[in-house]
Design a protein around this ligand. Structure first.
Ligand SMILES: CSCCC(=O)C(=O)COP(=O)(O)O
Ligand SMILES: [Mg+2]
Length: 254
């Protein structure tokens, strides 16, 4: 039996990445292990860069320290000892699967070499590129809201298994605008977009994120992909297994 389409007249389609456009497995089996493997060498070559020190400072704060100095014993990362202490904290935060801004910033910087060399090619589900193109041609604006940093999002969509999808995207949001589980973050996104909340439809694999978006007045859709974590109370949101089930441009009942 054909799945029932989800009809929406939303003008802006806001997409999550992990578990929505792309498989959780790619992130956990390829992207995160890349960081664990390459971090020490990355720090060896890049520890003096302002962007790396800025991420390290945020990692220290996100980890409950008052400063970088409290975490690594100095205000910079010039010594091997400081780099090792930072590495230990990064691994601790990754083991805890923190979606913290500093960790995501540093991960994005480490992934850059992987995406540019071709070691990493971002997974997207088969129908995703075609649907994104179709939506864009129909006049919809496509944007990303992910815990992955904006830099990482651009690398990701610029280097997918289906080629460069970045030109299809009109904008990006990450946790610098706020947590994906807080309604206020979606209100800020709507303010940035300069539209009404119900002109935006948010697609995600996580009910807590959709609850927050719905509270802010956005339309929401739960994306069910193989390997996604089981969600509690999913019935609050319409759901789909493929982007092809989203029927755009039709009257919305929201
Ligand atoms: C380019 S995003 C890499 C994956 C990642 O780090 C992440 O946290 C994705 O989380 P999402 O909010 O997209 O579910
Ligand atoms: Mg997700």
């Amino acid at each position: 039996m054909e799945p029932h389409p989800i009809e929406t007249s939303a003008r802006i389609i806001l997409l999550d990445i992990e578990g929505t456009t792309s498989s959780v497995r790619f992130v956990y089996d390829e992207m995160f292990p890349f960081v664990r493997r390459e971090l020490a060498e990355f720090l060896d070559h890049n520890a003096g860069k302002e962007a790396v020190v800025a991420a390290a400072k945020q990692i220290a704060l996100d980890g409950g320290k008052s400063s970088l100095k409290e975490l690594v014993g100095s205000d910079d990362l010039s010594t091997e000892a400081a780099q090792q202490k930072l590495t230990t904290e990064v691994i601790r935060q990754m083991d805890a699967d923190l979606k913290a801004t500093g960790l995501k910033d540093l991960q994005g910087q480490v992934w850059e070499a992987g995406f540019r060399s071709g070691d990493l090619r971002a997974h997207v589900y088969d129908e995703v590129p075609g649907c994104m193109r179709q939506w864009k041609e129909a006049g919809k604006e496509l944007r990303i809201y992910s815990s992955g940093s904006i830099q990482a999002q651009k690398l990701f969509f610029g280097h997918t298994v289906a080629g460069n999808l970045l030109p299809l995207l009109s904008g990006h949001y990450d946790t610098t605008i706020g947590s994906k589980r807080e309604a206020g973050s979606y209100t800020k996104i709507v303010e940035d977009l300069g539209c009404r909340a119900n002109e935006v439809i948010f697609l995600s694999d996580i009910v807590a994120e959709l609850d927050a978006a719905k509270q802010a007045g956005l339309q929401t859709v739960l994306v069910l992909r193989p390997g996604n974590a089981q969600q509690e109370n999913p019935q609050q949101h319409p759901s789909l297994q493929s982007f092809a089930e989203l029927a755009i441009g039709k009257p919305s009942n929201s």
